[in-house]
Design a protein around this ligand. Structure first.
Ligand SMILES: Cc1cc2nc3c(=O)[nH]c(=O)nc-3n(C[C@H](O)[C@H](O)[C@H](O)COP(=O)(O)OP(=O)(O)OC[C@H]3O[C@@H](n4cnc5c(N)ncnc54)[C@H](O)[C@@H]3O)c2cc1C
Length: 575
């Protein structure tokens, strides 16, 4: 025990120790509460209007206000400090297979379900619905990321479930309901249900064709008995799961509910919960299926093709999640720097700190623009072939790059708070632990880059759509024009001789190519929708080579001063 702690632990009548105890905290930033996450983010706000989601402004703004309150911020901390608890058996030894969550988890879930984050584009069949939902998700993830896992899976499952129209007809009304009911009961007894996903097994997650779980058909029906396991199965209290299992015709997609059609507990046994780096509010489990009852979804033997529709939507959510984590980290860093003084000035007035913050802001802005453009392509793809092709390739490119940038970005933002950033109460440690996850699940980095190659090689329309997109800013900046011309040559050349896919040089360079595609997309969007200063700084630093390997290495001639001031001003104005 040091002398100073001894002083505090053992009250004495010595006047100096009284003074130590009563000293007020000096030079500390006030907590960032009572601000509107949406109104303080002009880039997101403009994207909502631009992409046709203006009709949802009021709802988005109201959620932005709620999530910035001290109360809602507390839900996020409580849900992560009080991890979910698994009860495998009851007191008599019967299987229970239930996970108990903190009340704050339920509050977060209820808020998201009532705001239709799990259903909006399926319910509101109008222009901008995906963008509206993306904005809502972006705000929610900034407050608490863990609970968005079941929200995202429920939303995404609808896309795959529709491959089995009769099943979709029965389940969709409950899935799309805005009623959150955490009760562990058959779906028929609940006003609303949630869905999860089970693909990853012990021997392989990326390579799902190695799945060993078996599904045996019951008579001539489309019902099966499933035996096997899943090594990762998040949110096991969902009401049903889309899983992959081997049938007589190969890997197939099945809907496996927690309760059988006869109203009995399905033989879905939760073995244990994962002890994870982050994402702690959410339960991720290992499960065994012991002759569990399930229903086929889509064509037997074409399970990957069926479930990929779900995966594409969860990949969109990974990009939203990445943009959200970067935005929240940036906001916290700027807020701190606006209040903390060092060496006679506010941190935000220190030239080197301005460089770091401006660089982080550039990255965050680029991420928000790209995720909004991607969400818009999900809206537009229904009636537009080019948008469909763009959506296909851009999902993979954006998922890879935004998720790769997040841990570096959040780590740097954390350091802007100094020691305070390393302390849980600041939220930065939670963001930092969450940061690598979006890159791992729904296709890890390498797998996504190989998917980019696959799309380029097998779907030539995706090359044309990508090039078309990159040319929407043609003529605005010579450096970007040159960069795009080189990319176009590379894509067309390789696509023509078929060398983009397969083993060898193309695979070896898949990350490098994907990164270039992402940077070109970022720059194009910056030129079209960002301020001219931002676009110039982004292109010079990210495409023009005027940048180091770390954040905070923008060259001095770049005028991004106004950017930080307006960021700070919009935070202050929306409190
Ligand atoms: C918190 C958490 C929750 C999860 N929840 C779920 C869930 O609910 N449902 C579910 O199904 N899964 C879930 N997962 C599993 C996740 O989707 C997998 O971990 C992921 O797909 C990777 O699979 P893997 O772990 O088997 O790694 P592997 O497939 O063994 O891959 C290991 C590494 O090798 C790389 N790699 C693989 N193939 C190649 C190749 N051909 N060339 C080059 N590199 C390659 C990968 O990119 C990765 O970096 C969860 C994971 C986490 C961390």
């Amino acid at each position: 025990m040091t002398a100073s702690t001894r002083q505090i632990d053992q009250p004495s009548s010595h006047p100096a120790s009284q003074e130590t105890i009563s000293q007020a905290a000096q030079n500390q930033a006030p907590p960032l509460t009572g601000y509107n996450l949406f109104l303080s983010d002009p880039t997101l706000s403009q994207a909502v209007d631009r992409e046709g989601a203006g009709w949802a402004r009021e709802q988005i703004s109201e959620l932005g206000r709620l999530l910035g309150t001290e109360e809602a911020q507390r839900w996020g901390f409580d849900a992560n400090e009080n991890k979910p608890v698994l009860h495998t058996h009851d007191r008599y030894g019967n299987r229970r297979d239930e996970v108990v969550f903190h009340p704050s988890w339920h509050q977060l879930m209820r808020t998201s379900v009532e705001n239709r984050l799990h259903s909006l584009p399926w319910v509101e069949k109008r222009q901008g619905a995906h963008v509206a939902r993306a904005a809502l998700m972006m705000l929610t993830t900034q407050n608490e990321a863990g609970h968005t896992c079941p929200i995202s899976m429920t939303f995404s499952a609808v896309a795959a479930l529709r491959a089995e129209p009769e099943l979709a007809r029965r389940w969709e009304p409950k899935i799309l309901s805005s009623a959150y009911d955490p009760k562990f009961a058959p779906a028929e007894e609940k006003p609303g249900v949630l869905l999860g996903m089970g693909m990853t097994e012990k021997q392989g997650g990326s390579d799902v064709r190695a799945n060993t779980t078996r599904a045996e058909r019951i008579g001539r029906s489309r019902e099966y008995m499933v035996t096997g396991h899943k090594w990762f199965c998040s949110a096991p209290m969902c009401d049903a799961f889309l899983i992959l299992a081997q049938t007589a015709k190969g890997l197939s997609c099945l809907l496996l509910p927690r309760w059988t059609a006869a109203g009995e507990r399905n033989r879905f046994h939760i073995q244990r919960l994962k002890d994870k780096l982050g994402n702690r509010s959410n339960a991720s489990s290992e499960v065994e299926f012991a002759q569990a009852w399930a229903h086929l979804v889509g064509e037997e033997g074409r399970g990957v093709q069926t479930i990929i529709e779900m995966v594409n939507h969860t990949r969109l959510d990974c990009t939203i999640g990445a943009a959200a984590l970067m935005r929240q980290a940036l906001v916290q860093a700027v807020h701190h720097a606006r209040h903390r003084r060092a060496f006679g000035r506010l941190l935000i007035e220190q030239p080197l700190m301005r460089n770091v913050l401006a660089d982080l802001a550039l990255e965050s802005e680029a991420a928000t623009l790209l995720m909004a453009r991607l969400a818009a392509s999900f809206d537009a793809r229904e009636g537009d072939e080019r948008e469909r092709a763009f959506c296909r390739i851009a999902t993979a490119v954006a998922k890879y790059w935004l998720c790769k940038r997040t841990p570096v970005h959040v780590g740097e933002a954390l350091e802007c708070l100094g020691g305070n950033g390393y302390v849980e109460e600041s939220i930065l440690p939670r963001l930092y632990r969450e940061a690598p996850l979006n890159s791992i699940w729904e296709g890890s980095g390498n797998v996504i880059c190989l998917d980019v190659l696959r799309a380029l090689a097998k779907e030539p329309a995706s090359i044309a759509a990508l090039i078309h997109e990159l040319q929407t800013a043609a003529g605005a900046d010579k450096r970007l024009d040159g960069y795009v011309a080189a990319l176009r040559e590379r894509l067309n050349g390789k696509a023509n001789n078929g060398s983009l896919h397969g083993y060898g040089v193309a695979e070896y360079s898949a990350r490098e190519l994907t990164e270039r595609l992402a940077l070109a997309l970022h720059a194009t969007l910056m030129l079209r929708h960002g301020s001219s200063q931002m676009a110039e700084a982004f292109i010079a630093s990210r495409l023009g080579g005027q940048h180091g390997k770390a954040f905070g290495t923008l060259p001095p001639e770049m005028k991004v001063e106004g950017l930080l001031d307006s960021l700070g001003a919009s935070l202050a104005a929306n409190r």
